[in-house]
Every structure is written in structure tokens, then in C-alpha cells.
Design a protein around this ligand. Structure first.
Ligand code: DC
Length: 230
């Protein structure tokens, strides 16, 4: 059986990672959450105090500090997924905070950050047998991926999902604030100069506002199977 690359791009909180993880598990492929990598760099910048109270980033200092950022994924048998480590420390929980979400776009916009992370992502993806999710996977990181999905959902559906996820983790952020953060990230991610969020021409679009996870999974798996059988 050939081992292909699957690229999943889409808006924030469009359910990419849930489906990407599900597909990876079913196919016995490696799952790579590239958003986690941008989040980990953001956590690093916050810890190093490179991001001001007003949200502005000290870009020269960030550029210089980048060589001290070392990212790896480690499989956690407990959660059944690969978790991100920043300089050998597991930071999977910390990177999901609202604080990191609030500042990640300013980090993801820096060309030097993107160059470093894209290089690492290509290395992980070039062997095949991967499901990678992000914003620029089908367009920039793995333009030759055999299957590409572009996931989208209404802002209401995405806001509810992200809010529920934060509540599950014991955080009380008002729904309006979560929605405002998603809208702001959509705007920055889609309009930035370097590798903006874009739908690849050959991507299969999935609007999951009214689809269950099972419905999405079945549809996506059928698309993958078609390619594997070809
Ligand atoms: O998927 P996520 O919400 O965890 O991603 C966090 C941020 O990282 C998102 O606002 C945009 C950025 N990102 C990116 O620019 N390129 C990627 N391939 C993945 C994420």
C-alpha cells in the first residue's frame, strides 16, 4: 500500500485538527499539527518578553532568538497523539491558552519564522505517510500532496467550538471575545504578505458548519481511498 501525503488547510477552529488526527490514526500515518509549531514559537516569545503589553513584537530580538528555538514532536501514548516540545519540554497544554491565541498571528507573519518552520515541516512531510494541517500546507509546504482538503465553517460554528474547548479546559473567556479573536486571526492570516491562508486550486472544500465529525470523516476517508486505489 502506498503511503501518501495529505494536506489539510483552513480557517481557525474549522475542525482541521480533529479530522486530521482521525485520518492519521485510521491510516496509521504521522499527524503533524503545524499550528502547534507557530503557537510554540509564540509561547517562547511571550516567555522571553519579546511581545509587548500592546501586542507588538520586537522583531529584531525575535530574529536573533530564533536559533534558540528547537521544536520536536513526541508521541504521548496516554493521549494517543504527538505532542509538541519546545526546547525538549512538552508545552502542548500551554500553547492552547487564549494568551497564545491572541499573539500567534504576529509571530506567524514573520518571514524568518515561516522559513524556519516550513523547512522543518517539509522535512517531516517528504517521506509520505503524513497528515499535516495548517494554513499553507497544500499551497507552500507540500504542494505535491496527493490529497488536499480545505476546511471551512461559519464564524458562529467555529466560535462555539473554540469556546466549548476553552470551557472544557476550565477557562472562562466570553464567547464574544473568542469570536473576535477568530475574526481577527482570519483577517491577519488571510491578508499577510508571506504565505497567506489560501485554498489550493486542487483542494477538496469541506464546509462543515452542519456536518458531524463522522460525516466529515467518512467523506474525507472516501476521497483518500479513491487516491489510494487509483
Ligand atoms: O491551527 P491553529 O489555530 O492552532 O494555528 C495557530 C496560528 O498559527 C494561526 O492563527 C495561524 C498560524 N498558522 C500559520 O500561519 N500557518 C500554518 N501552517 C499553521 C498555523
Amino acid at each position: 500500500m502506498k503511503r501518501i501525503s495529505i494536506a489539510i488547510d483552513g480557517l481557525s477552529a474549522s475542525g482541521k485538527s480533529t479530522l486530521a488526527q482521525g485520518l492519521a490514526k485510521a491510516l496509521n500515518y504521522l499527524y503533524i499539527d503545524t499550528g502547534a509549531m507557530y503557537r510554540a514559537v509564540t509561547l517562547f516569545a511571550l516567555r522571553e518578553k519579546l511581545i509587548d503589553h500592546d501586542g507588538s513584537l520586537d522583531e529584531p530580538a525575535m530574529r536573533e532568538a530564533l536559533s534558540r528555538v528547537y521544536l520536536t514532536f513526541r508521541f504521548n501514548p496516554g493521549s494517543g497523539r504527538s505532542e509538541i516540545c519546545l526546547n525538549s519540554r512538552n508545552v502542548e497544554k500551554e500553547i492552547r491558552s487564549h494568551e497564545v491565541s491572541r499573539h500567534v498571528s504576529v509571530i506567524a507573519k514573520m518571514p524568518e519564522v515561516r522559513d524556519k518552520l516550513v523547512l522543518a515541516q517539509r522535512r517531516m512531510g517528504e517521506v509520505g505517510g503524513v497528515v499535516m494541517d495548517g494554513r499553507d500546507i497544500g499551497t507552500v509546504v507540500l504542494p505535491d500532496a496527493e490529497v488536499k482538503f480545505y476546511m471551512t465553517a461559519s464564524i458562529e460554528a467555529r466560535g462555539q467550538r473554540r469556546h466549548a474547548e476553552l470551557v472544557r479546559r476550565g477557562r472562562t473567556v466570553p464567547l464574544e471575545e473568542v469570536v473576535a479573536n477568530l475574526q481577527e486571526r482570519d483577517r491577519i492570516d488571510s491578508t499577510r504578505e508571506h504565505s497567506p491562508l489560501m485554498q489550493a486550486e486542487d483542494a477538496i472544500v469541506i464546509d462543515n458548519s452542519d456536518l458531524s465529525i463522522e460525516q466529515q470523516f467518512d467523506h474525507m476517508m472516501a476521497c483518500v481511498q479513491q487516491v489510494l486505489d487509483a
